[in-house]
Design a protein around this ligand. Structure first.
Ligand SMILES: C[S@@+](CC[C@H](N)C(=O)[O-])C[C@H]1O[C@@H](n2cnc3c(N)ncnc32)[C@H](O)[C@@H]1O
Length: 207
């Protein structure tokens, strides 16, 4: 039966790939995902479609039309599909598909674990694709730790916070390339972060 899977593949390393994710990919005809997600399934022998920021909409539509044509398709979503992942755009596109979501370990969860932050009472935010927005300013002073996926560059987000009168000495942490061999965790102040450089794969925590 044709079906669409949305499969969370974790933050990057196969150490954080679930058995359920691996099992689900074994039953599909087509695997759709970013190159770093596809690299986690080197033994997959079906059709492969590479997802890029610029062809996201096209690939979502193509995946749905393949399912309509009788194929079983899996869209890989790094981290968890439900947080800043592919679940929202797919539901916007169609809500009548035979759909199964296989959860993955989010980069937010791994950041919380690395920094030993209990995440049941934090502000969880994504600015991904939205620019540096006031959304973050609205929650910084509610007494909770904020865990945020920045929009592309974490140092630009720090500069935005400084421009908006956030205390330059406010404590922050950046978790870069979590689970990869070159993973880096920086803890310091907003001011220090504003003049540093990080890879685009970062989670930021504001204390
Ligand atoms: C489109 S969002 C997807 C988030 C994903 N669904 C999740 O649950 O982690 C991509 C952003 O997630 C963050 N991210 C994903 N993998 C990461 C990693 N290994 N280390 C740090 N941040 C990561 C980065 O902020 C990246 O720009």
């Amino acid at each position: 039966m044709a079906k669409l899977y949305l499969i969370g593949t974790g933050p990057g390393s196969s150490d954080y790939l679930t058995v359920a994710a691996v099992k689900a990919t074994k039953s599909v005809d087509v695997l759709v995902g970013s190159q770093r997600a596809l690299d986690l399934f080197p033994d997959f022998r079906g059709e492969v479609l590479v997802l890029q920021a610029k062809n996201m909409d096209e690939m979502m539509k193509k995946s749905v039309s393949l399912v309509d044509g009788g194929k079983t398709v899996a869209i890989l979503s790094t981290g968890d599909p439900g947080f800043s992942g592919v679940l929202k755009p797919i539901l916007k596109l169609r809500d009548d598909l035979d759909l199964e979501v296989v959860p993955g370990i989010s980069s937010l969860q791994l950041a919380a674990a690395k920094l030993q932050v209990p995440w049941d009472e934090v502000n969880l935010l994504t600015l991904h694709g939205k620019g540096n927005s006031d959304v973050i300013l609205d929650c910084l002073d509610n007494g909770k730790v904020t865990i945020v996926l920045p929009d592309f560059r974490v140092e630009k987000l720090a500069q935005f916070l400084l421009e908006n009168d956030v205390d330059p000495k406010r404590k922050i942490a950046v978790c870069e390339r979590l689970s990869y061999p070159d993973e880096r965790v920086f803890t310091g102040t907003v001011k220090e972060l504003a003049s540093m450089e990080f890879n685009y794969l970062c989670v930021m925590v504001v204390y």
